[in-house]
Ligand binder design. Structure first.
Ligand SMILES: Nc1ncnc2c1ncn2[C@@H]1O[C@H](COP(=O)(O)OP(=O)(O)OP(=O)(O)O)[C@@H](O)[C@H]1O
Length: 222
């Protein structure tokens, strides 16, 4: 469960940010976050993930007040509980698809890259149609395949909370649908919550709730 109370955030020197009076999202919900460009959708995801710390108010995830954790605890929380898929994929060009997928396990000591994880990485790749691309470099993949690799990486830790920020941007309609369906299936399998920022209104029927972040200072949650 995600609980937000009187949340506000402003970037230093910027006139805009995000403000949300209150919001509750049940565990396992699949939620689309919409709103005009600059309304604060990405900022909201970063506040929930503990990447940014709110100016005022609180964000609680499964009873944990994320902003009250110290830096190490917040990082560990993020690594072990949250899967993030960004629009800018941030796959590492010099690593194979397989090495990209398991990368979080190589750089975070809280994660252990054991045989089970390796098997899970391969199974995820198979399931997403990347089974024969594990040795390829990201630049040798199509855009849809790269995005699927980024989704596999986000799913490998079996996160409780999946945050997708325009994960389907720049993809054709068939690939958009495939990515969202992958995220929804994974969330259902793990009883995880899915929050997906999207500008694609045709994808909204796939979600069970839509939160519309309006102008900063006067947001609307529905
Ligand atoms: N690093 C930053 N420094 C200063 N201001 C920022 C920074 N990142 C975002 N902003 C500003 O904060 C506001 C909210 O940005 P955010 O990226 O959360 O919006 P968004 O709703 O995700 O937009 P979009 O749909 O265009 O991605 C915008 O006015 C933006 O210019």
């Amino acid at each position: 469960m995600i609980e937000i109370e009187r949340l506000s955030f402003r970037y230093p020197g910027a006139g805009t940010g995000v403000a949300l009076p209150a919001l509750r999202i049940e565990r396992g919900a699949r939620v689309a976050i919409i709103g005009p460009s600059g309304a604060g959708k990405t900022t909201l995801l970063k506040l929930i993930a503990g990447i940014l710390t709110p100016g005022t108010g609180t964000v609680r995830v499964d009873g944990i007040t994320v902003s009250a954790l110290d830096d190490d605890a917040r990082r560990n929380f993020r690594i072990s509980r949250i899967g993030f898929v960004f629009q800018e994929l941030e796959l590492l060009d010099y690593l194979s698809v397989y090495d990209n997928i398991v990368h979080p396990y190589r750089i975070n000591r809280v994660l252990k890259l054991d045989r089970q994880v390796r098997d899970r990485a391969r199974a995820l790749a198979e399931h997403t149609g990347l089974g024969d691309k594990l040795a390829a470099l990201p630049r040798e993949l199509s855009q849809g395949e790269r995005q699927r690799a980024a989704v596999c990486r986000a799913l490998l830790t079996e996160p409780d909370l999946l945050l997708a920020d325009e994960a389907t941007g720049n993809l054709d309609p068939a690939n958009k649908l495939r990515i969202i369906e992958l995220l929804i299936q994974a969330a259902e399998r793990n009883r995880a919550t899915l929050l997906a920022v999207t500008h694609d209104h045709e994808l909204l029927p796939l979600f069970d709730r839509v939160i519309d972040i309006r102008q900063p200072g006067s947001p609307r949650a529905e």
